[in-house]
Design a protein around this ligand. Sequence first.
Ligand code: SF4
Ligand code: SF4
Length: 470
Amino acid sequence: MSYENEEYRDRLSTVDKEGKRIWVYPKKPSGRLHTYRSVLAVFLLAFLFGAPFLHIDGEPFMLFNLLERKFILFGMVFWPQDSYLFFLAMLSVMVFVVLFTTVYGRMFCGWICPQTIFMEMVFRKIEYAIEGDAPQQRKLDKQPMNFEKFWKKGLKHGLFFLISILIANTFLAWIIGTEELSQIITDPIDQHASGFTAMVLFSFAFYFVFAKFREQVCIVVCPYGRLQGVLLDPDSVVVAYDYKRGEPRAGFKRNENRAEANKGDCVECKACVQVCPTNIDIRNGTQLECINCTACIDACDTVMEKHNLPKGLIRFASKNQIEQGDDKLAFTTRTKAYVAVFTVIFASLIYLMTNRADVEATLFRTQNQLFQELPDGSVSNIYNIKIINKTRDTKQLDLRLLSHEGEIRLVTGDLTVEPKGATERVLFVVLPKEALDGSYTKLEFGLYEGEQLLDTYEGAFQGPEKPLDP
Ligand code: SF4
Ligand code: SF4
């Protein structure tokens, strides 16, 4: 078609003909959708910075401690034994994102992703406040170093680095918890050399990403961005230009009837291109660089309003909706399949979480320890028990032998487990010689809280090869 300019396909939007990076100066966005995004960003930033500091009964509200394999989601503790639940929860999130992307495109990137939130709602806003809008920024970058450029650049990069330190600290708080983080900050550096090194490295990494690398993260690094090609189809709703209405594009003339002049509604003002943080022209169609930030929708709506043309020349719409002139959302077979998969995974997760045992124990015979024959003729084996209490209450437990007459003797202490704690004990099981089935006897144990049987466990009991002498 005549309006199509395929040159944009030859290279990335931020790379020039010589292969050099084009620095993007997006115009300051404004409009209805930008206001919604700003409000959402405030909530998301408050959650991101606040969540690790929120505690419920002394435990963080959110924690992703990969090193100790301890995860807390919305106050719910996942122990290493619950890894399958955590895995299922993550799988649900992934399937949901895939499902959401199939229906609504890359909206997550523009509205929820922390990279975009920080870049567009924090760092870019500071840049606009200090250096001004796109034309002033361009001018400042071109001019030689002078007092104005020095203080503006110095202030901007100083603030950028301070915020990067803050983000790095918050990021660590999500991983190691606030208590450990405050120890790294307050104790002498040599006591937490690795933690301090991580803090410094993350600070520089975030500074580099937001001060220099910027939109390249979304364009060349983000794996989710790379997946768009397989996730999107002609029924996916994305930020799209209504070429049927907009073409043939032509400049605006006052008091002209555009339909009679055979002109579409696009007045070729390029406002949509100027606000784009990834430097693309959405009128070329859906492109991998588009993060669905909707800045071009706001920009175009403003232009349409100014020229008394209907809004929505750029809007959320699928390729098929634009082609058919019908804004009905299609519920395709692929979408139905994703909904079915998501429902199964999510229902399994809910079922497993609601049936998750409050107390979990592992009981095993101590490795490389032989049985002992006691003076009274009975035989003893040594065992280890590890009990995890996932509740917020102290548990006083009791281990009993269910399958045989015998005795359980704890080497030390009892089976009391602190809230959200774990205890490990060594114990002897003593059986009379008549009870043995030979060199190996299968035992069954019961773990009790009061008179309530919580769970049963099997264990092997080793004895002498031959029957003991009477
Ligand atoms: S902002 Fe709207 S009218 Fe202006 S160039 Fe873009 S699509 Fe055309
Ligand atoms: S094309 Fe529009 S929605 Fe896509 S990144 Fe650019 S401004 Fe944002």
